[in-house]
Design a protein around this ligand. Sequence first.
Ligand SMILES: Nc1nc2c(c(=O)[nH]1)N[C@H]1C(S)=C(S)[C@@H](COP(=O)(O)OP(=O)(O)OC[C@H]3O[C@@H](n4cnc5c(=O)[nH]c(N)nc54)[C@H](O)[C@@H]3O)O[C@H]1N2
Ligand SMILES: Nc1nc2c(c(=O)[nH]1)N[C@H]1C(S)=C(S)[C@@H](COP(=O)(O)OP(=O)(O)OC[C@H]3O[C@@H](n4cnc5c(=O)[nH]c(N)nc54)[C@H](O)[C@@H]3O)O[C@H]1N2
Ligand code: SF4
Ligand SMILES: [Mo]
Length: 738
Amino acid sequence: MTIGSPPSTALAPPAAADTHCPYCALQCAMTLTPDPAGSAPVRVEGRMFPTNRGGLCKKGWTSAALLASPERLTTPLIRDAGALRPASWDEALERIASSLRAIRAADGPDAVAVFGGGGLTNEKAYLLGKFARVALGTSRIDYNGRFCMSSAAAAGNRAFGIDRGLPFPVSDLDDADTILLLGSNVAATMPPLLSHLAGARAAGGLIVVDPRRSQTAELTADGAGAHLQPAPGTDLVLLLGLTHIVLADGLADRDYLDERTVGVDALRRSVASWWPERVQSATGIPVALLRTTAHRLARGRGTYILTGRGVEQHVDGTDTATAAINLALVLGLPGRPDSGYGTLTGQGNGQGGREHGQKSDQLPGYRKIADPADRAAVAAVWGVDPDTLPGSGVPAVQLLGMLGEPGGVRALLVHGANVVISGPDAHAVAAGLRALDLLVVCDFVLSDTAALADVVLPVTQWAEEEGTLTTLEGRIIRRRRALAPPSGVRSELEILADLAARLDAPSEWPTDPALVFAELARASAGGIADYSGLSHALLDAQLAAGVAAHWPYPAGSDGTPRLFAERFAHPDGRARLVPVQPRERDPEAPDEEPPHGAATDEGAQSALLTLITGRLLEHYQSGAQTRRVAELTDAQPRARAELHPATAARLGIADGDPVAVRNARGRVIADALLTERIRLDTVFLPFHFADAECANLLTAAVADPISGMPEFKRTTVVVAAEGRQGAGARAGAARVPA
Ligand SMILES: Nc1nc2c(c(=O)[nH]1)N[C@H]1C(S)=C(S)[C@@H](COP(=O)(O)OP(=O)(O)OC[C@H]3O[C@@H](n4cnc5c(=O)[nH]c(N)nc54)[C@H](O)[C@@H]3O)O[C@H]1N2
Ligand SMILES: Nc1nc2c(c(=O)[nH]1)N[C@H]1C(S)=C(S)[C@@H](COP(=O)(O)OP(=O)(O)OC[C@H]3O[C@@H](n4cnc5c(=O)[nH]c(N)nc54)[C@H](O)[C@@H]3O)O[C@H]1N2
Ligand code: SF4
Ligand SMILES: [Mo]
């Protein structure tokens, strides 16, 4: 094997760099200017760009704080006698390589697994997928995007034959008359995106579907639109009901259905019994509101349907996203220049991260690892025999369930994920990580997962590296280097190349991001997510000229800002209407599991509620990064459990009191935040916090059978004032009516 050119860390940094925020998929544009006298090494300014129009949220503004944080890791760490101690790179890498060799020799390549992340650049994600298949020979690779985009991806693939979050530029939303936003709280999760909703609000057409009156639902007030507040997890029925009304009231686009879709008859039959009164009783949404919503969507002056994690992170998330697509197709929206359907991708590279080989069944370019032609094409680029490539692995929830199990996983390499906070059933995840023979975590801070590792490797941060990311609109953008990394820190590309060499891996392992991208482009040629017409140099020239690059971008093309104008990606060019129905509740599903000591009783001091989890504006994901930024933790220092004042009053809980939220899996303690934004029968916890405040102590490791998405948004819990938990459990818990 050969290791490529010297890493780009040898280059002198530019005076100012035009780059993008390290956090979410909106990838707001910013300019970083070195600021030796400042509290952070660079000054952050918002930059004009179509997605953010110069705006940034609080997380973006404060993103430089972590670059020179005292909590930054700058040396490898090795666990010795129970504690982590500093080590040299050579010692750390040799410890990893020798352990991997021994485990592989004893138990075969699948005893080693890899867990990636949707925040990794395309270059890192690509090289990580290649490293797993070529250097480790393991089938067991998956990533945290499984917890994020998997349901929408599965639904998009089966309906359209392709999975690109928004098949149109974000700025297309500006001219919308009506936007149906299901399970997405963009006011907190992508604030600069709100400017693109202004047109629909002015037209009175922003319709938000959320069991909470979220900050985004609040934007529908004063005639700007409507807030539909269904019981958690009943969106599928709501969508079947809306589709029923569209078909029954003659609002469907018949020509479009005839010319562009397959399966309308079966779809019609599947929604026939979902008449509005039945939907009202299942969801709680009044019939009149169902009707006005369906008619508004069919008004035909620019209608968009968008989904977020609130409808996707369920055991039936794929079917719910499919029902949203069916509604869009019946209305004839996808592919129309003024209308469409899309899902809002979450992580910084949530889109690109799901295209280039981190998924268990995938090769670069969104190719299928089980497809002989796809295997042959990628193996040719890698210079290996296709028969040496492993087959499909298992999705993330299943992978985490195999840690330390007999015949399961003995060694895990984690790149860009903090699974002990963000995976469902966090106690079980932690136990699995502790049962491993080798846990290696690459990170730039000692994340909660890194704290459990046997070896921790310190890596570069966003402002110190070159690369590309693919935004929520399928646009490939450049991450640019603004300053040199601290000494002692290496890029993941260097780490993977070094380990590949120590493991005597075949193929080439370039470490220059531009060369890795060039290889990625070749490997993706002819795939669904084709990047073969692009290079770092071309992207830089386009950036300077203000030209956008959206995939598919095959060699010789100018890219594809809008998909589906002529055809969908299935061989016959037509979209599939896939009939879906609410499933019989799985007895394993969290809803059905009686929490310890819970029963219905008069005078109960605890209540059986549905737990919803989600996000706060100030924190990002597991909080590994944002819990280390003073301005953000000052604003949101700890988890607060949102409760309706009436529910709280019944339980004797006042605002700010500590409450215990528990079930058979775990117990979370958080201060009460009383708010009428939430239903009487639900409690909301953010999932950004650790230890006793970790919301995923309560969620179950049950997953959507199609996508592998865990159930993050609907968990049955018992809530009581902390301290009165024992009494509450003895007295039993009363179910609170909606
Ligand atoms: N501040 C901040 N911004 C972020 C992130 C972050 O961690 N913090 N993460 C980024 C990432 S990776 C992602 S994926 C996105 C996620 O962005 P969103 O999808 O906006 O985030 P969530 O808060 O998980 O869920 C959105 C809403 O779904 C609602 N919801 C819960 N259950 C249901 C249900 O059954 N039905 C319906 N209709 N709604 C429901 C919740 O009440 C919540 O208001 O945000 C990105 N941006
Ligand atoms: N209960 C509940 N759980 C959830 C969700 C929910 O709504 N509710 N949402 C889910 C969703 S949508 C998502 S996306 C996941 C997020 O799941 P996590 O994996 O927890 O996401 P992050 O907190 O972003 O973790 C990324 C880690 O990688 C590090 N990191 C960042 N960039 C790099 C890099 O380039 N290289 C390396 N090696 N490390 C890097 C960060 O410091 C951090 O420690 O959580 C999921 N979990
Ligand atoms: S909206 Fe997302 S990309 Fe924009 S500044 Fe905030 S976290 Fe960064
Ligand atoms: Mo996400």
